[in-house]
Write a new protein. Structure first.
Length: 359
């Protein structure tokens, strides 16, 4: 009698033909993925970018609420296209700078200053910060260089203000530059005092306009401050939009000054659009647009109902979405472009009406 042993669970292996078929299917699927997945990602570029922006602005608002200090986001103009913004930075606004202490004063007087933009020598108020604890320098007398102090933490583009005078507010154009050819009376170049002791303002402060000689200057020891403009957050990397997407500033609301207007809607330009290219301050800075949230969540320096950013695909102008920032509440909401002829209808109608986002 013959006994046969049965091995349960065993089966023949794959044949060569079966392996070839499976490998062919894998190759076909991989080829389809290479062909279609990048296009699928490109088609999601604008929605992804709006989602990115929505998160970045909300984070800036939450930082302002948490720290009790204005925070926000800076839109940086693309150096290859001055009407686009493709990168952003988190920003915060430092507290006003008000140096105080025994003997700390400022001297304000009108001087001849070289205007690097026009190439002309013009009159401007120059403010010198100095320390005179013993009262050696009489009122109105120009302080010697050994008394000068540096304006720590102050940058060109900030604002100088006499706090006792509501009209005495001027932009800081630069620090004193070495004397250049022109009429006498140019601000002196520091030789012993700090190079950042003198601020050249962008206009004449009214209180210094008619100060008679021989003094020719005014001294103050308490009623002044510098309102510092927002600064990028230290240590934070630059934020980049999706690679195929940009913010079109000419189509955003309100359109920044100097960029033209695409749609026939009566938008005003915002003063926050700040190109600054004075070579005396170092390398020229790219123009930028700041959207800053106050400590209570509202948008700073924005009298408009909304700031509306137009997010668009680089190669498909009709592929676009809007992101609205409501200035009174700080709410950030994505909306769709009103799908009608922009020469006859308002493409921002849905966003400006405050309706439910139309995505």
């Amino acid at each position: 009698m013959t006994i046969r042993t049965v091995h349960r669970g065993s089966r023949p292996g794959f044949t060569l033909i079966e392996l070839i078929v499976v490998m062919g299917i894998i190759v076909i699927l991989a080829t389809l993925a290479v062909l279609f997945l990048p296009n699928l990602d490109r088609n999601k570029g604008v929605p992804n970018a709006v989602t990115q922006l929505h998160g970045w602005f909300n984070l800036g608002k939450q930082q302002a609420l948490r720290d009790g200090v204005p925070h926000g986001v800076r839109l940086i103009v693309d150096p290859n296209n001055p009407t686009w913004a493709t990168s952003l930075q988190y920003i915060e606004q430092p507290e006003p700078y008000s140096p105080r202490g025994p003997g700390i004063k400022i001297d304000m007087r009108v001087m001849k200053c070289y205007d690097t933009l026009s190439g002309n020598v013009v009159d401007a108020t120059v403010v010198t910060l100095f320390n005179d604890p013993t009262g050696t320098v009489p009122d109105g007398v120009y302080p010697p260089e050994q008394f000068w102090m540096a304006w720590d933490g102050v940058n060109p583009g900030d604002y100088f203000q006499l706090t006792g005078s509501p009209t005495a507010l001027a932009g800081i154009r630069r620090f004193t530059a070495p004397p250049l050819p022109g009429p006498p009376g140019l601000p002196p170049a520091p030789t012993t005092g700090p190079a950042t002791a003198q601020l050249v303002l962008d206009r004449i402060i009214d209180e210094t306009r008619f100060v008679p000689p021989p003094g020719g200057g005014l001294h103050a020891n308490s009623n002044f401050r510098v309102i510092r403009q927002p600064r990028p957050l230290v240590g934070e990397a630059t934020l980049q939009l999706h690679r195929d997407v940009h913010i079109d500033l000419t189509k955003s609301h309100p359109c920044p000054a100097g960029l033209g207007q695409v749609f026939p809607v009566n938008f005003q330009a915002t003063a926050a659009w700040t190109p600054y290219t004075d070579p005396n301050t170092g390398p020229p800075q790219q123009p930028y647009l700041d959207i800053l949230f106050n400590a209570n969540g509202t948008v700073a320096n924005a009298p408009f109902g909304q700031i509306i950013l137009w997010v668009e695909h680089n190669e498909r102008p009709n592929d676009n979405l809007l992101l609205s920032i409501f200035t009174r509440t700080g709410k950030v909401a994505p909306t769709s472009v009103f799908d009608l002829d922009p020469t006859q209808f308002d493409p921002y109608g849905v966003a400006r009406s405050g309706q439910t986002p139309g995505l």
